[in-house]
Design a protein around this ligand. Structure first.
Ligand SMILES: Cc1cc2nc3c(=O)[nH]c(=O)nc-3n(C[C@H](O)[C@H](O)[C@H](O)COP(=O)(O)OP(=O)(O)OC[C@H]3O[C@@H](n4cnc5c(N)ncnc54)[C@H](O)[C@@H]3O)c2cc1C
Length: 453
């Protein structure tokens, strides 16, 4: 492609900003990033309270976040945040350890079986499901893999593997099919409580592309990255480091694609481009763009999670000393309840903001109303012995866009990938890979590599 091509990027989150970075590195400097908010970072959102930054959105990374590491290197920053640690509570608020057989003599045989299934699962993923973990979903429904391995060198690999079609199954069915149903006890922590839905509804492909074997083991060992000034600061640094920082407060009211050009009406003025990269939710693309029949047909199939967070303060003698997970609330029957509450600064007592996490949607159940879930979460905090005296931040996120098994298996991803550049438009961001920082950034890297040579 001509290096002077004029490229518009919609969205100043990890996907959009990193697309700018990778384009620049590939010699394409004629790009413009439009961000609707007055700040960058999207769902990496780290507001300040009493001089420290807290996480209302993304919290952590793992050592296999190679694409986020690209960004850190580009900006000259590193993951310098507080060490994460956690404990578990049961529904009565007692501290428990679901993975310690000494504390749960009755569950010891189950834990032993779980351990051996994890080992078997690791082997299956490397052999039967070779190629399962590469970024994005191209070819999976057809039993192929084509992309970059999750290794420091990110080697390009491609091949045929019919077994990959199983990845369209809900993760629960996928585990049962392979005789490793107990691994769900481990995978559920960084999946359901992180807002990504339930294993009986979400295709295994999403679960395993995010929680590939090495990433899951990093979660198990609490081998995690955080950032002192919050995950948002990664993207603020990136925005400062790229040649064309995002244009904030951009209100896009129209996108028109005709005669090989892209016309964008932003804050009332029409701007002309040659190519468009959309990292904003595709589900809403038709609200402002001349969406085509095929785009609409596919984008209408996207669903997303309702993931709510509340930043709360508590009394000195009621402050949690660590983050807590409540495993029994990570099932559809407990929709709307508190799954995790996060304690960020070990050196501060109650003089900090804690954050709660709840999910209130399952594909087969009635969605729980935001306020109703909030009440449930606050009541749960009381039961846990850490009541909120005041909620000072709250947010309901448009979270983890995805498609379900039937559309995944029917080739949604191959069809949408085949539409890349059809209307001088490229699709990136969470839906094209997965809703975490690294998958979205890695997808932007590969998009640039594939189409902007
Ligand atoms: C509570 C929570 C916890 C999370 N925890 C983690 C974690 O620990 N680790 C991890 O890796 N990830 C985590 N994530 C997920 C991670 O934040 C996202 O996957 C990542 O930010 C996605 O990047 P993106 O650029 O694709 O989308 P987003 O971050 O959503 O950014 C999209 C941007 O586009 C902008 N936009 C939308 N529409 C328009 C428009 N019409 N015009 C202009 N701009 C527009 C938005 O304002 C936004 O800035 C978490 C997210 C949340 C909410």
């Amino acid at each position: 492609m001509d290096k002077n091509v004029r490229i518009a990027i919609i969205g100043g989150g990890p996907a959009g900003l990193s697309a700018g970075m990778y384009l620049e590195q590939a010699g394409y400097e004629n790009y413009t990033i439009y961000e609707r908010n007055g700040w960058v970072g999207g769902k990496c959102h780290s507001p300040e309270y009493k001089g420290r930054r807290y996480e209302l959105g993304a919290i952590m990374g793992v050592p296999s976040y190679y694409a986020v590491h690209d960004v850190e290197e580009f900006c000259g920053i590193t993951h310098d945040g507080p060490r994460l640690n956690r404990n578990y509570k049961d529904l009565k608020g007692n501290v428990v350890d679901p993975f310690d057989p000494k504390k749960h003599p009755l569950s010891a045989p189950r834990l032993l079986r779980m351990k051996s299934q994890i080992k078997k699962f690791g082997e299956l993923l490397q052999t039967k499901y070779k190629g399962y973990d590469i970024n994005g979903h191209r070819g999976v429904a057809q039993g192929r893999y084509d992309g970059y391995a999750v290794t420091p060198g990110r080697e390009k690999i491609e091949g045929v593997n019919e077994n990959l079609k199983d990845l369209a199954l809900p993760f629960k069915d996928f585990c049962e099919k392979n005789g490793v149903e107990l691994v769900q006890d481990v995978w559920i922590g960084p999946f359901t409580s992180f807002g990504y839905g339930y294993f009986d509804e979400i295709p295994a492909a999403y679960v395993l592309k995010y929680l590939d074997f090495q990433t899951t083991m990093n979660f198990v060992k609490v081998n995690l990255w955080t950032w002192k000034d919050g995950t948002q600061s990664i993207w603020e640094h990136l925005n400062d480091a790229i040649k064309h920082p995002a244009l904030l407060n951009s209100d896009i009211t129209k996108v028109e694609r005709k005669d090989g050009k892209v016309f964008i009406t932003v804050n009332g003025k029409v701007e002309e481009f040659d190519k468009l990269i959309v990292t904003a939710p595709l589900q809403y693309f038709g609200d402002y763009a001349d969406i085509r029949e095929d785009e609409k047909r596919y984008f209408d199939k996207i669903d997303y999670e309702r993931y709510d967070v509340q930043g709360f303060l508590t009394e000195d003698d009621k402050a949690p000393e660590i983050s807590y997970y409540i495993m029994e609330n990570m099932v559809p029957e407990r929709l709307g309840h508190l799954m995790v509450y996060y304690h960020r600064w070990p050196d501060l007592g109650a003089d900090q903001m804690y954050v709660t996490y709840a999910l209130r949607k399952h594909r087969d159940l009635k969605e729980i109303d935001y306020e109703e879930s909030k009440k449930m979460v606050l009541a749960d905090l009381e039961t846990m012995g850490n009541p909120a005296k005041e909620v000072i931040e709250e947010r309901s996120w448009y979270y983890f866009p995805h498609v379900f098994t039937e559309d995944y298996a029917a080739g949604w991803y191959d069809d949408v990938e085949a539409m890349q550049d059809k209307y001088d438009t490229f699709y990136a961001g969470e839906i094209m890979s997965f809703g975490d920082m690294d998958e979205t950034v890695e997808y932007s890297r590969e998009l640039v590599e594939r189409f902007f040579k």
